[in-house]
Design a protein around this ligand. Structure first.
Ligand SMILES: Cc1ncc(COP(=O)(O)O)c(C=O)c1O
Length: 377
């Protein structure tokens, strides 16, 4: 899209659309091709299907318009969020480098940590809250930030950490999965890489896996793109097209889901059996002040703790409008007892709740009824 940046909704519905062509659809369908006609010299935008695909190009352009409105940035789409995460870490780090990871981030990070260590990379960890990563930056090549963190919903000050990291000679990547670019724009806050699992709120229907990396620096983007070619972690054209189609409703979904999450957090805050309630959008949340400075929407995930595992299981069993399922960011509310996976340092009764796009009063009523029933047994 050319011209001055517009409102989120206007940008979302038009992001990445080609200029109108008579008798062509507004969003051309997925291009399924392993190779493209290529007589003569093998140059041009589309040669082989592992390198480029027009459906990816349109999606990447759309994501760039959301990540950095009106700016020249580059997005590389991947087959999953983890493919995008690994592409940044493994394309940038070399044996002997040091990297700083959050100790309370997404539960696959400890696996990544083991792999990096096996390649001779020093991995340091620190929690997200209180900008604790500041204390281990010295001599690091890359700082990895996840804010809000999943599942604890702690928030760190991206601009502060980024300035310190850059001063120490480190690059900065932000996992922006939970916020989406309509909630927070890491590149505006100074980060070098904005990374996300688009499996979640970005696409929002729980029917595909996808990821992306966006950079302002073309050399960094080229490294990430090269990694995708080497590893072959490419998105399917159908997934890429579905994702692009879904971006048109991102602002609607984000507004509704954030409003529902806030209504839910407020209702949960009044329950005596609920402890450890976290939602960055709640005025009483410890992260609210920092979150308000860097986020425009606070996300759809609320976390809280019920007295024990059995109590949490009764609660989840009792929900009728909320699926007991992992992942988050979808239009249908989901919740799960996070301790069942064994990977997060959370109490047995810890629940991660992803607010969907239902009517707030129905959702809150369902949750309160399930809480009543769980407490009565
Ligand atoms: C914060 C975060 N980053 C990355 C990922 C990985 O994404 P994917 O499952 O699409 O590979 C997830 C998945 O839950 C996540 O929550």
């Amino acid at each position: 899209m050319t011209g001055a940046p517009r409102g989120d909704g206007t940008r979302a519905v038009r992001a990445g659309l080609p200029d109108p062509v008579k008798y062509e659809p507004p969003l051309p369908g997925p291009v399924f091709a392993a190779h493209f006609h290529l007589p003569g010299e093998p140059t041009g935008p589309y040669t082989y299907g592992r390198d480029e695909n027009p459906t990816w190009t349109r999606l990447e352009q759309a994501i760039s318009e959301l990540e950095a409105p009106g700016e020249a940035v580059e997005t590389v789409a991947f087959s999953s969020g983890m493919a995008a995460v690994s592409a940044v870490l493994l394309s940038q780090l070399r044996s002997g480098d040091a990297v700083v990871l959050p100790s309370d981030g997404y539960q696959a990070l400890p696996l990544v940590r083991e792999q990096l260590q096996a390649y001779g990379i020093e991995v340091r960890t620190a929690p997200t809250g209180g900008d604790a990563q500041l204390s281990v930056l010295d001599g690091a090549r890359l700082l990895w930030i996840e804010t809000p963190s999943n599942p604890g919903l702690d928030v760190c000050d991206v601009r502060r950490l980024t300035e310190a990291a850059h001063a120490a000679g480190a690059l900065v990547a932000v996992d922006n999965t939970l916020a989406t670019p309509l909630g927070q724009r890491p590149l505006d806050l100074g980060a070098d890489f904005s990374v996300a699992s688009d499996t979640k709120g970005m696409t929002g229907h729980g029917d595909l896996l996808l990821g992306h990396v966006t950079c302002r620096d073309t050399a960094l983007a080229a490294g990430v793109r090269r990694w995708r070619k080497i590893v072959g972690a490419i998105p399917g054209p159908m997934e890429a097209w579905l994702a692009h189609r879904s971006l048109a409703t991102l602002h609607l979904r984000a507004d509704r889901q954030c409003a529902n999450a806030l209504a839910l957090a407020q209702a949960l805050g009044a329950r005596p059996e609920v402890t450890g309630l976290r939602y960055p959008g709640l005025a009483t949340d410890p992260s609210h002040a920092v979150a308000s400075r860097q986020m425009r929407r606070f996300g759809c995930v609320v976390s809280f703790v019920l007295p024990d595992r059995a109590h949490a299981e009764r609660f989840l069993d009792g929900l009728r409008l909320v699926d007991d399922a992992t992942s988050f960011g979808g239009v249908r509310s989901t919740a799960e007892r996070r301790g069942r996976w064994g990977g997060d340092a959370v109490p047995e009764g810890f629940v991660r709740f992803s607010a969907g796009a239902e009517d707030a009063q129905d959702l809150v009523a369902d949750v309160l009824r399930a809480l009543d029933e769980a407490a009565a047994r």
